[in-house]
Design a protein around this ligand. Structure first.
Ligand SMILES: [Zn+2]
Length: 471
């Protein structure tokens, strides 16, 4: 549909913006179905799907009409690992260098939800939203925000040691120092709206392993209290030894893929660990964009990527082009010989992506469900812009061998099932939240279909994609 036809339909049929809507003659591509269902009509009222049928639907007064002919209607994506309080190329809001550029941070925060919607992401789960997530939900159009409560762990360990100069009490409202703290803190977390608990198992990056971890007794107390409250525990871990600790404590969801292992000949040495993931029915977030983002950030010329323009505020793009985010590339390169070309450093980070893809291919090949999860921006990487990053994550999953339909499932049903949201999100069926996308191409056939997005429907509100572009 052209913009003018849509505008006319909205204008004539909808005198008040109640977002009641009929989508006519559309092909439904929803992951609970084996095949695309053509010639369907979908009625939306008060932000939810109320009726689906293959006969022409009568349009009542006050309802808008969206002609879907030749398009595919899919559920909006959930990115189950996105950080709302981190700025690409800067890092955490509230810490330098972000504090030195308040106008750029404000421009980013205004564009962030729009960029997610621009790429069809209508729900995000933020495992560690810190204290400033209302800056996301205060924006006029934003994906539904689901969040965990973040338990920082020992204050001389990760992630507290990444926030030099900041009082941990200010950044982390859900500190758990002893097993006795778990019950009251997790109760408060849930009362505040968190649906999950995030913990960290990280003893150092790369070959280093010097940072302290949470005690076994505290991990067990967190697991027991979270389970009693039906809150999944998300674990930051990406190395075999850290994975094994999480599996020993039956913590639940691995918030990162398993990529931190040596590159072997033949069979990956991670199969035993991955078999435990399968046997324990443990949730798995591949987060391939973590290492891919690092590779992109040090690779010369990556800012020329035209995909950045629709999702990055112009002033922030200028800031990157003028070298504003080079500090992080220099920091990454400082771990390598001074004369090593940046391209070569990028390729070394790329090996981490390949290891993550091999682990993903193994799990997927065994029929283990995985969740779409980009962990963006994760590190202060300029390329990991919201929304774009989710689509790049899906393309990396496709490159690992997953089918387009399985990837759609990973970004919809699989996440809803893991987090107890299966009555709300993930399907196109009566009663479900009307967070939907209209695509020009078939998302069952190719993951490239997500690049053909035309219209986003957010709780029944029709949003033309072009209106979401960064300025
Ligand atoms: Zn993360």
């Amino acid at each position: 549909m052209s913009i003018s036809a849509l505008a006319l339909a909205l204008f004539t049929a909808q005198p008040v913006p109640s977002y009641d809507l009929v989508i006519r003659n559309v092909a439904i591509a929803s992951p609970e179905r084996d095949a695309v269902l053509t010639g369907q009509s979908v009625r939306i009222r008060d932000g939810r799907i109320v009726e689906i049928g293959d006969s022409p639907m009568r349009v009542s007064e006050g309802e808008a009409v969206l002609e879907g002919e030749g398009r595919f209607l899919a559920p909006g994506l959930t990115d189950s690992h996105h950080h709302v309080s981190f700025v690409p190329g800067m890092g955490a809001v509230g810490l330098p260098p972000a504090t030195e550029h308040p106008e750029l941070v404000a421009a980013y925060m205004a564009q962030q939800p729009r960029s997610l919607l621009y790429h069809g992401v209508t729900q995000i789960l933020d495992p560690s939203p810190l204290t400033g997530w209302e800056a996301f939900t205060d924006q006029p159009q934003h994906p539904d925000l689901l969040r965990c409560g973040e338990v920082p762990g020992p204050h001389d360990g990760y992630p507290v040691n990444q926030r030099a100069g900041q009082n941990p009490e200010d950044a982390y409202p859900y500190d758990i120092d002893t097993p006795e703290d778990a019950a009251p803190v997790i109760a408060r977390m849930q009362a505040d709206g968190a649906i999950c608990v995030k913990v960290y198992l990280e003893n150092g990056f790369g070959a280093a392993s010097v940072w302290p971890l949470m005690s076994d007794a505290t991990l067990d107390a967190i697991k027991a209290e979270a389970s009693a409250r039906n809150m999944p525990v998300l674990v930051h871990a990406n190395a075999i030894d850290m994975y094994e600790i999480a599996l020993d404590h039956e913590l639940g969801v691995m918030a990162h893929g398993l990529w931190n292992w040596q590159w072997p000949e033949g069979e990956p040495p991670v199969v035993e660990t991955l078999d435990r993931v399968i046997a324990g029915d443990v949730g798995y977030m591949p987060t391939l964009r973590v290492m891919a983002g690092l590779a992109d950030h040090v690779r010369p010329g990556s800012l020329d990527n035209p995909d950045l323009e629709p999702v990055t505020p112009r002033d922030l793009m200028d800031f990157y082009r003028e070298g504003g985010a080079d500090w992080f590339a220099d920091e990454l390169a400082s771990d390598f010989p001074a004369d090593m070309p940046r391209e070569e450093i990028a390729d070394i980070f790329g090996l981490g992506v390949q290891r993550g893809q091999r682990a993903l291919a193994y799990l997927h090949g065994q029929g283990h469900p995985v969740m779409l999860a980009s962990d963006c921006p994760g590190s202060p990487t300029a390329i990991n812009q919201p929304g774009l990053c989710t689509v790049l994550e899906m393309e990396a999953m496709a490159a690992a061998g997953m089918s387009a339909r399985d990837i759609l499932r990973s970004g919809t049903l699989s996440i809803a099932e893991q987090f107890g949201l299966e009555a709300e999100y993930g399907r196109i069926a009566p009663g479900f939240v009307a967070n939907l996308v209209l695509l020009e191409e078939n998302p069952f056939e190719s993951v490239r279909a997500w690049r053909s997005l035309d219209v986003v429907i957010l709780r029944g509100e029709v949003i033309e994609r072009d209106s979401l572009r960064a300025r």
